[in-house]
Design a binder for this molecule. Structure first.
Ligand code: WT7
Length: 641
């Protein structure tokens, strides 16, 4: 595959930004046709876009044929074959790191793709991945894309029940996993979790296990195979399946305000163009950059900005298996110095946890190689922004605060490093192609600056989700029906006096814990599985490190809680239930056992009151006179954790 001749358009100045923005909004077809031109297409599109924001049917580059891995790998081979594509830094700094050039990565992906083929995976099949942050995860994702299988990565911190829900919803036929994983000082037997999950998954006929820790694992006869045995003599090349522009590339499950996580579906061509364009422009990537995104591939950030964006752009992407505080709070900075990282992209929660450690942990590293810093996942508070800017970026690196969502496929509102304004606590200006609006509760648009409202997007962009897997009506209801004609984000935002956007946070029943999304109903459903529990209500509250913490109010069966000791026991049991239903990441920070919840006469829980109590703002509870039993509020306040 020859390197494509035309250069990918890049914004280099504020004037260039305004020009591109104007064109993208007023002549989107012309704009995106020129952005898409330099990719490798087997067949060019018939139509750049078609959009119906009422039903949520959006398509991009219809009629085009391509394979995204030809764009990530093959087209770089001639000019960048020996350039590093992937650097893997293991959990334990004493273990050797690994580097793969584009040529090597191409080979590994082809081998894995052949193994998938040999195990019966075909175009359109769904493959679930439950894997550690190791090169084989990146390779496996790309291998799926190579043969046209739809990948659905499940973050390897989810429980067996959560895996089963996702595997069953996607009706996956194959699961990829490993013997175990490292997370700081802990080791987790992931294969065992998969085994437990698959007890209730009848669609799965093959499990391919990657050897990582060298642990003995149970291999189910007729179902489970070792990757290294399967890969022993497969060819090092594999033709890329020709895909339609709108064929699904992946499913990624995410939480919403209803109980069950939904499978957000992204398609091939639009996602590719969006991931590439946003990556190059937001981070202002140059040929020699070493880029590090600390997100796990189990989240959308890992999809778009650890794998697809960087590889599409021919960059060197670093993949880190460990955690920020292992073996100590200097690990991130040590890795940056070790690999001369120039662009670093992480989450506010990680920054806040490292701010709490003695400053020496960061000051003892040079960090000279850094050029651009990024933040993602939740609002970054000013204190964390300044710490990041000052102590990590040494006041010489622009900070880009990137706002986006699983559903948007890529960054929507953000500074472009060194080009558009980067102001603490502001995501900034919309990227070309993004038309944000602020809405009133009644759905009318709020004009002008210095205004606050519900954040919605008025025009389709290439990375917009295509559907929720197996249930388009759910996508329509969630994103397109609340304010007809707009994509509704679920976030509240402020447009400041200069037109820069500040994201305030979710306006629905979603809480953002350390950059991870949970629906309050989802956690309540889990808690209600506990045999002691009658009813529960979950709210978020401000948490110094996590951004938001989880506060659970729980009513237990009469007689279950008598003495204090019973309470301790029941709380531990509730936590166990949540860990089993969702995973450790959804553990509540506080559980308060109550005898009643504040309900209206029609039986609706007044969460506003529960949120105020959790926030410690009991003096401003507002009107409680419509409550069925106002006395429960006093009890709740008295027992506040
Ligand atoms: C929600 C999306 C974006 C990929 C990782 C999370 C919040 C995300 C920011 C930011 C303020 C942010 C929003 C959004 N969020 N980035 N820079 N500033 N809030 O993806 O799990 O789909 O969560 O995360 O509330 O709606 P996600």
């Amino acid at each position: 595959m020859p390197e494509t001749p035309a250069k990918h358009p890049r914004i280099r100045s504020i004037e260039g930004y305004h020009e591109a923005y104007h064109l993208s909004i007023h002549h989107p077809e012309e704009f995106w046709a020129s952005v898409a031109a330099p990719f490798t297409w087997r067949r060019k599109w018939d139509k750049v876009m078609s959009s119906d924001m009422a039903s949520g049917h959006n398509t991009w580059f219809e009629g085009a044929r391509l394979n995204i891995t030809e764009n990530c790998l093959d087209r770089h081979l001639a000019s960048r074959g020996n350039k590093l594509a992937l650097i893997y830094e293991p959990n334990d700094p004493k273990t050797r790191h690994l580097r793969l050039t584009y040529r090597e990565l191409h080979q590994e992906v082809c081998k894995f793709a052949n193994v998938l083929h040999n195990n019966g995976v075909e175009k359109g099949d769904r493959v679930c991945l439950y894997m550690p942050m190791i090169p084989q995860l990146a390779i496996a994702v790309l291998a799926c894309a190579r043969i046209g299988a739809v990948h659905s990565v499940i973050f390897a911190g989810f429980s067996a029940t959560a895996i089963a829900d996702r595997v069953n919803d996607a009706q996956a036929t194959v699961v990829l996993t490993a013997d175990g994983l490292n997370r700081g000082a802990k080791q987790i037997p992931v294969k065992r979790v998969v085994d437990e999950a698959l007890e209730t998954c009848s669609s799965v006929r093959r499990v391919i296990v990657v050897e990582h820790l060298g642990w003995p694992v149970h291999m189910e006869e007729g179902r489970d195979v070792w990757y290294h045995e399967e890969a022993a003599d497969v060819p090092k090349t594999c033709p890329a399946e020709e895909m339609d522009a709108e064929d699904p590339l992946f499913i990624l499950y995410t939480s919403g305000s209803t109980g069950k996580p939904k499978g957000v579906v992204h398609s091939t061509a639009g996602y590719m163009v969006w991931a590439d364009y946003t990556f190059r422009n937001v981070f202002q990537v140059e040929e020699n950059d070493v880029y590090w995104c600390t997100a796990d591939v189990g989240w959308v950030t890992g999809h778009s900005y650890l794998l697809y964006g960087p590889l599409l752009a021919g960059s060197t992407s670093l993949m880190f298996e460990g955690i920020p505080t292992y073996p100590d709070a200097g690990r991130f900075w040590e890795v940056i110095d070790k690999h001369s990282v120039s662009i670093f992209y992480t989450a506010p929660t990680a920054i806040r946890s490292l701010m709490a450690a003695p400053l020496d942990n960061v000051l003892s590293y040079s960090l000279d190689s850094l050029r651009v810093l990024g933040s993602v996942g939740e609002p970054i508070n000013e204190e964390a922004w300044y710490w990041y800017y000052q102590h990590v970026g040494k006041e010489r690196c622009p900070v880009v605060d990137t706002w986006w969502q699983t559903e948007t496929g890529g960054i929507m509102i953000s500074a472009m490093a060194g080009i558009t304004p980067s102001v603490p606590a502001r995501a900034g200006l919309p990227l070309p192609g993004v038309l944000p609006v602020l809405l009133n509760q009644d759905g009318s648009e709020i004009e002008g600056n210095d205004q606050e409202g519900y954040l919605a997007i008025k025009q389709s962009w290439p990375g917009i989700l295509r559907t929720t897997y197996g249930d388009h009506e759910r996508a329509r209801q969630t994103y397109f029906a609340p304010y007809p004609g707009y994509y509704f984000t679920g976030d509240g935002a402020r447009r400041d006096e200069n037109g820069l956007y500040r994201i305030i946070g979710r306006v629905d029943d979603v809480i953002n814990v350390s950059g991870h999304r949970f629906g309050t109903a989802e956690i309540e459903n889990a808690i209600n599985q506990n045999p002691h529990v009658v009813e529960s209500a979950v709210v978020g509250y401000p948490h110094d490190v996590k951004g938001q913490g989880i506060y659970a109010y729980v009513i237990c069966h009469e007689g279950a809680v008598g003495k204090e000791a019973d309470k301790v026991h029941i709380e531990a049991s509730i936590i166990e239930t949540i860990v089993a239903e969702i995973g450790k990441i959804a553990k509540p920070d506080k559980i308060q056992i109550v005898t009643g919840l504040p309900k209206t006469r029609s039986g609706k829980i007044m969460r506003r009151i529960l949120r105020k109590v959790a926030e410690g703002e009991t003096s401003s509870l507002g009107d409680t006179s419509t409550l069925l039993d106002p006395a429960v509020v006093d009890e709740i306040i008295a027992g506040k954790k």
